[in-house]
Structures are given as C-alpha cells and as structure tokens.
Design a protein around this ligand. Structure first.
Ligand SMILES: [Zn+2]
Length: 175
C-alpha cells in the first residue's frame, strides 16, 4: 500500500478505463483536516478507489479511506487515536443539475475541470466520517466512569453578585 498516488486525477477518464488506484496520502496536506487533529505531521490516509461505469451508464468511484487520527478525548482531554474508516460511492457529474438526477445510492462528485486534486476528494470523505466528538471507549478512558462531564472553567465560577445574593437574607424571609 505504498504506491505513489497521482496529485491530480481525471475521474471520467479513470472511470472509462475502469481503473483502481491505491496508495497513501500524508495528512499534513489536508489543510481543512489539520486543525481538527492534534498532530498530522506523521500520519497518512490509506486510499483505495475503484472507478467504473454502472449498468445505468453512471460513472462512479467506489472508495475507502482509512486513517488513524490523533485527536483529543472530550471526556478526559487526553490524546486518543481515532480510527476513521470512510466508505463511499460517488457518482461523477459535471453540473448540479446532473447531481440532482443521480440514483440515491450515490453522492455526487462534481467535476468541473478535466482534472481535480485527489487530496480534496480524500479529505472530504475523511471530514464526513470524522466523529463529531472523539471519546475513548467506556473503560479505556482515564476520566471517572459514569456521568462525568468536562465543564468549561468559566461555567464553574459563579459571578460575585450571585454569591452576594446567597449571603443576603431575602427580603421578608425573617418575618
Ligand atoms: Zn478519555
């Protein structure tokens, strides 16, 4: 799985040729993903894409992208290696109107030029497959089990006025 992947791909041509391409892409080239992971410098995404034309004449790419992303557990705030496994079927289209006509088991891949950057396709799928909140498995997390929640610091501190309110006897309470 260490084949060289092309920088740019012509998806329609690859579909006509029924090509399969596999290889690795370094995560640090994914500028939208980078701020979401703790360290993208050494990581790679494993990429496998199969291009073709289905019985209806729709050109497609079936793909799978896997990566182990360094993230932060939102329960204990310790590092977590989040395994992401994105599997997808994209229908190749050149206009949004064509996208609307795709069979529902395809997501559209809009190809407006002859060539598109492969990294954009891979990054899109990783972003879609990313968990909204990264967390260790129950039991593997160093935070206390149960309903422990991470409360932001400023929510814990009551305002001084709220504390004064508690000290002040309420009007009429001593009657
Ligand atoms: Zn944790």
């Amino acid at each position: 799985m260490s084949q060289q992947l092309p920088e740019q791909i012509d998806p329609f041509r690859l579909a006509r040729q029924r090509r399969v391409i596999t290889g690795e892409l370094p995560l640090h080239r994914m500028k939208r993903l980078e701020p979401l992971v703790s360290d993208a410098s050494g990581g790679v995404a494993n990429v496998a894409l199969e291009f073709g034309t289905d019985d209806m004449g729709v050109k497609f790419v079936h793909g799978r992208v896997t990566a182990a992303l360094g993230m932060t557990c939102q329960r204990c705030l310790q590092p977590i290696l989040q395994n992401v496994d994105a599997q997808f079927s994209l229908g190749l289209v050149t206009t949004r109107r064509e996208a609307d006509l795709l069979p529902p088991h395809y997501d559209p891949l809009l190809v407006e030029q002859d060539h598109i950057p492969l990294v954009d396709v891979v990054e899109d799928e990783l972003l879609l497959a990313l968990p909204i909140v990264a967390m260790h498995e129950e039991g593997a997390c160093s935070a206390a089990h149960g309903a422990h929640e991470v409360v932001p610091e400023d929510m814990k501190q009551k305002s001084p006025f709220a504390i004064l309110e508690q000290l002040k006897p309420r009007a009429g309470s001593n009657k």
